[in-house]
Write a protein that binds this ligand. Structure first.
Ligand code: PSV
Ligand code: MN
Length: 429
């Protein structure tokens, strides 16, 4: 396997920080040992954690207005995979890529799978795209896709999703993520009940094409590109649709797809309670679906989400195996750097959630001791777990300081010489 960053460079950097890391890790180990926690066991759990990166996140995203490309951006799925390999080589926490079709279409998916494997990568959930028209497409999605009033359009959307399943089988995926941009911009534009009926009927055809070991992840979003109503607007619509479709249909929570200030961690607990929590799209936001870097605005919310996931893991229901993925738009940063930083923020929250003293939390909850219940969470949240993450990363061959090694490697500069420039234009949705 030939990985994009020099192993010698990583080793040289790690060597320079080895003594400091050992010291920090030992100090944190002593602190945790005082409360009966074995740091090695926590490190092993962290080493087993992973989050997928989105193929489309490797390029510079944008807003509705424009994007500002950078030299050396990837221009196709092959270059995106190479960039994703850099992220995983340095972080050792992002071994899978989630592709989006038709954006990532190629002629030979078996070869693409091998190419990814040669870079140390596998494929995660496949994503269908019925939220924008493609050149030469027979029917426009301007009337909606799976819920369109036009039968031929619904059929086209069903066929595209089934094609994505077929591609995913070749890539080794086992999940299809379905987000539709269907909705309305004006009161009265469509009938709420009938549009949901149409969606359910079309989605059932996609569901029927799922292989036995596959899941269909329904991603809700309350706005954009439709701004009055959307068909799968919230977790309520999502879970009802998933329940109607069947056991292989689960709900996917994109952190940016809710009304402002909604209690997302409670949604996570609710979906899990009914065996319907399928996966996540991690990102952060201040206003809407801002698609900012994970943990950059509200890291506490991310921790509280992982706290619910830790509870769910301790009390699994209905084959709990959430699929974790980043879904961000990197408008002003190098996407590789954003995903390195985001993956670290996500893994930190996972580690902190694992450090919550659950017995103390549950005892305080039972005794209605509000302050001590809150403190059980607070103690874990305020811990600096970075030595645990760094130790796990370095032991797996990654970099102690992922951003420093990435910058030192001058990877982007080298790609700027090799890759053709990407054009201006709108960003992603
Ligand atoms: C929609 O906003 C979304 O979150 C969906 O996951 C899409 O597939 C993705 O963004 C890419 O634009
Ligand atoms: Mn998403």
């Amino acid at each position: 396997m030939i990985l994009p960053i020099s192993a010698d460079l990583i080793a040289e950097h790690n060597h320079a920080h080895a003594a400091a890391l050992d010291e920090d890790y030992a100090a944190l180990g002593r602190k945790l040992a005082r409360v009966g926690i074995d740091i090695e066991a926590v490190k092993d759990r962290v080493a087993g954690f992973s989050v997928a990166v989105p193929s489309w996140g490797a390029g510079r995203g944008g807003t509705r207005f424009a994007k500002f490309p950078i030299p050396g951006e990837p221009t196709n799925i092959h270059e995106k995979l190479e960039d994703c390999a850099v992220i995983n080589q340095l972080s050792r926490v992002t071994p899978r890529v989630s592709p989006h079709f038709p954006w990532d279409k190629v002629s030979d998916y078996g070869a693409l799978r091998e190419e990814a494997a040669s870079l140390g990568l596998g494929f995660d959930a496949v994503n269908s795209n019925t939220f924008q028209d493609q050149p030469g497409q027979a029917h426009s999605y301007s009337t909606g896709s799976l819920s369109s009033t036009v039968a031929a359009t619904r059929q086209q959307a069903v066929e595209h999703n089934i094609e994505c399943i077929e591609i995913g089988r070749q890539l080794g995926s086992t999940d299809l993520t379905v987000w539709v941009g269907d909705g309305t911009n004006f009161p009265g534009q469509q009938d709420f009940a009938r549009s949901l009926d149409r969606y359910l009927e079309a989605a059932a055809q996609v569901y029927a094409a799922l292989p036995d070991d596959w899941r269909m992840l329904l991603e809700h979003k309350m706005f954009e590109p439709a701004f009055y109503s959307t068909v799968i607007s919230d977790w309520g619509s999502s879970i009802l649709a998933a329940q109607e479709l069947g056991p292989k249909a689960k709900c996917l929570v994109d952190l940016g797809h809710h009304a402002p200030n909604v209690n997302i961690e409670q949604i996570v607990a609710r979906l899990h309670r009914f065996g319907k929590l399928g996966g996540f799209h991690f990102n952060d936001s201040k206003y809407g679906d801002d698609d900012l870097d994970s943990g950059s605005i509200n890291p506490h919310q991310l921790f509280l989400v992982f706290n619910e996931l830790a509870e769910a893991e301790a009390n699994p229901r209905d084959g709990f195996r959430p699929s974790y993925m980043i879904d961000q738009s990197h408008n002003v940063t190098d996407p590789i750097e954003s995903m390195l930083s985001s993956a670290e923020a996500i893994a930190q929250c996972y580690a902190k959630a694992n450090l919550v003293d659950r017995a103390a939390l549950h005892a305080a909850q039972e005794a209605n001791d509000t302050m001590m219940a809150f403190q059980a969470l607070r103690r874990a949240y305020t811990l600096d777990v970075s030595p645990i993450l760094a130790k796990a990363r370095v032991e797996a061959g990654g970099a102690y300081d992922v951003l420093a090694v990435y910058r030192d490697s001058r990877y982007r500069d080298r790609k700027a010489q090799e890759r053709r420039a990407v054009g201006l234009g709108a960003g992603i949705v």
